[in-house]
Unconditional design. Structure first.
Length: 325
C-alpha cells in the first residue's frame, strides 16, 4: 500500500500477446502422473487437470453439466463426470470412473476438449491481484464518505446552523425521529463508522480475494465474516472480494457502497447480520424498515455515507436489491 492509498502488486507473467498467463491452466495436452477417479491415487494436481479438461468438453460430447468445481479434490461429482464421459465414448464396458496415465480415457479427453474454453477458476493473487488493487484504490474515497457521515452525525448532535439539515438526512436513512433515544442511536451509528476507519487506514491488511471459492453461494461480489474485525484468534477472516467485484471496481460510488456495507458486517458487535433490506434508500423494502432495523442494516450505512459525501443522489443504476449479501 503506497502513501497515497494506491496499491501495487508484482507484475504477473504475460504471454506474447500481452495477456496474463494463469499457471494453473494446463498448457497443451492434459497430463497426469497417477490415476484419478474411483479407487485412484488422486493427487491434487492430477485431479485439478482432469477437472479442468472435463470442463472444456461440451455436454454433447460427454462433458459435465453443470461444470465441475475445479479444486483438485476428487469427490462424487468428479467421479460421476468421469463415468459420464466414459459412457459417452466407450459404453458401459469402458465406464469404470477412473482415468489412468496414457490410457484410452485421457487420450479421448484430449481429443474432445475445446481448448479455447477457459473454465472458471477461483481468483489467484498471482494473476488476479489487479482486481484487489482495483478495489483498494477506492479506499481513500470510501474513507471520505465515512468521514462525511461522521461529520453529519456530529453536526446533528451539536445542533446549530447546520444541525437541522444533517438531522434531516439522517432521518431519511435511519428514521431516528420516529422515537426512541436519538442521542444514543446517533452515538451507536457514529461508533460503527469510526470502527470502519481502522479498516480504511490499512485496507491491504483487512481485504483479500476469494482464492478458495469460500464465498460460492454467498455472494458474487464480496462477503465478510460477521464481527471478524474483532476476532484476533483467526486472522483469515477478512473482507473478501470475488470476481463480481470487477464491475464495482470501475465505479467509484459503487466500490464505496460495497466497501461500507461489507465493513458494516465486519465491525458488528452484537451478532446481527444486517440484512433487513437491500437496495437504495428510496426502494420499497428500504422504506418499510423500522428505525430499530435501520441502525443495523448494512445498505442503510452505505447509502447514508454516499449521500453525506455527495448530497442527495438519484438511485444509482448499479444498485440492485439482490446484488449483495
Amino acid at each position: 500500500m503506497l502513501p497515497d492509498g494506491e496499491c501495487t502488486f508484482a507484475p504477473a507473467k504475460t504471454s506474447s500477446g500481452g495477456g496474463v498467463i494463469d499457471p494453473r491452466r494446463p498448457e497443451g495436452d492434459i497430463t497426469i502422473t497417477a490415476s484419478v477417479g474411483q479407487g485412484g491415487v488422486n493427487k491434487q494436481d492430477d485431479v485439478f487437470n482432469i477437472q479442468y479438461g472435463l470442463d472444456q468438453v461440451p455436454p454433447i460430447d460427454g462433458g459435465p453439466a453443470p461444470p465441475l468445481k475445479i479444486d483438485g479434490l476428487c469427490g462424487p461429482k468428479t467421479i460421476g463426470a468421469i463415468r459420464a464421459f466414459q459412457q459417452k465414448h466407450f459404453g458401459w464396458s469402458g465406464c469404470d470412473g477412473r482415468i489412468d496415465p496414457g490410457k484410452q480415457t485421457i487420450t479421448m479427453l484430449n481429443v474432445k476438449r475445446q481448448r479455447w474454453i477457459q473454465p472458471y477458476l477461483p481468483p489467484s493473487m498471482a494473476t488476479d491481484g489487479w482486481l484487489l488493487a482495483n478495489m483498494l484504490r477506492h479506499a481513500p474515497y470510501t474513507k471520505s464518505c465515512v468521514h462525511a457521515a461522521m461529520m453529519k452525525i456530529n453536526s446533528a448532535k451539536v445542533g446549530g446552523l447546520f444541525g437541522g439539515g444533517s438531522m434531516a438526512l439522517i432521518d431519511r436513512h435511519f428514521r431516528l425521529s420516529a422515537g426512541g433515544t436519538v442521542d444514543a442511536d446517533l452515538t451507536l451509528i457514529y461508533d460503527v463508522y469510526s470502527r470502519m476507519l481502522n479498516i480504511l487506514d490499512r485496507p491491504d491488511a483487512y481485504c483479500t480475494l476469494d482464492t478458495t471459492d469460500e464465498g460460492e453461494g454467498i455472494s458474487s461480489v464480496a462477503f465478510a465474516r460477521l464481527g471478524g474485525f474483532f476476532d484476533k484468534s483467526d486472522l483469515t477472516g477478512k473482507i473478501v472480494f470475488r470476481r463480481g467485484a470487477y464491475f464495482a471496481s470501475e465505479i467509484q460510488d459503487f466500490a464505496a457502497f460495497v466497501f461500507i456495507r461489507e465493513m458494516r458486517h465486519y465491525v458488528e458487535t452484537r451478532g446481527d447480520i444486517g440484512h433487513h433490506a437491500k437496495g437504495w434508500v428510496t426502494d420499497e423494502g428500504m422504506q418499510k424498515l423500522k428505525r430499530d432495523k435501520t441502525i443495523l442494516n448494512c445498505d442503510t450505512y452505505a447509502g447514508f455515507a454516499l449521500e453525506a459525501r455527495n448530497g442527495q443522489m438519484q438511485r444509482p443504476g448499479w444498485v440492485k436489491s439482490t446484488q449483495f449479501r
